[in-house]
Design a protein around this ligand. Structure first.
Ligand code: GUN
Length: 283
């Protein structure tokens, strides 16, 4: 078996084209969707992500404001900025890039974002609504993963989905979304004993570990669908995922590459959430 490559770049392109058309329609009604991105400190990876988000916004005809602050910004100053953005009618989405400096309480900051502008889907109200299957902004990476599965006709119903990683941004929510699509879900994490005994049972394996090429063919069942959320550097400094991609291709049925798999979907879903927020304001 040779795995079908899940082309996140192509699928995200299609989604962005649809977003662009809706943006044009909204603009003809006098509304330009606006995203405010807040970046604190000088984490170079965060800056790259943020610039990418801004570039995409602009390419789709949306407004994108970057609010950059030094590492020394106080929590009170950040909360005051969020309050200002919550009350700005030209801003439909607020994204505070994580991680934040240690002296700032992330939970407090996420809580301060109006749930109506929470395009990251990180606010406890968004998370709660997602958990009970009610309308909410879904977190972008998990939502992007679900869109990829849908696009390739992979129905999670009745399948065993194994998620490695339990972060609030990826692991926990992707498991919930798979559960809502009737998968049987197992969460594995750093304290899981005998990880391969779980991963080998997976019909769908989601790897969000943060360790370069950690998963190889010995971890997976023949015919498994492999979703790689990792973003690491290998020994030669090349971008790679949590999965040893070349090693699993003869065993898996579908696999996402890194780069070009899940990553581009995250940004596309952020654009869609921001547009949706602006559309919500009209109704
Ligand atoms: N840091 C890493 N991923 C994300 C994300 O999806 N949103 C935000 N706000 N910060 C992140």
């Amino acid at each position: 078996m040779t795995a079908t490559i899940i082309d996140g770049k192509a699928v995200s392109q299609k989604i962005k084209e649809q977003v662009k058309v809706r943006v044009e329609k909204l603009k003809s009604q006098g509304v330009t969707p606006g995203l405010a991105v807040v970046l604190v400190g000088d984490n170079s990876a965060s800056l790259t992500y943020v610039k990418n988000k801004q570039r995409t916004c602009e390419a789709l005809g949306m407004r994108s404001d970057l609010h950059e602050f030094p590492e020394s910004l106080s929590e009170a100053e950040l909360l005051s900025k969020i309050d200002e953005l919550n009350n700005d009618p030209g801003i439909h989405g607020i994204l505070v890039q994580l991680p934040l400096p240690k002296h700032i309480d992330e939970f407090k900051v996420i809580n301060a974002i109006s749930p109506t502008k929470d395009v990251d889907g990180f606010h406890p109200i968004s998370v709660g609504n997602m958990m009970i299957g009610k309308e909410a902004f879904l977190p972008c990476t998990p939502h992007g993963i679900m869109k990829l599965l849908e696009h390739y006709g992979i129905d999670p119903a009745g399948k065993h989905a194994v998620v490695i990683g339990r972060s609030n941004i990826v692991g926990k929510p992707v498991g919930q979304l798979l559960l809502q699509k009737d998968a049987t879900v197992t969460y594995c994490h750093s304290k899981t004993k005998d990880l391969p005994s779980f991963t080998r049972q997976a019909d769908i394996l989601v790897a969000a570990i943060g360790r370069a090429k950690f998963i190889d063919h010995t971890h997976i069942k023949p015919g498994a669908v492999i979703i790689d959320v990792g973003m690491n550097r290998d020994e030669s400094g090349k971008l790679c995922g949590d999965v040893d991609y070349a090693d699993i291709l003869e065993t898996a049925s579908f696999a996402t590459p890194v780069p070009g798999g899940v990553g581009p979907m995250t940004i596309a879903m952020l654009m869609e959430n921001t547009l949706q927020s602006a559309e919500n304001g009209l109704s």
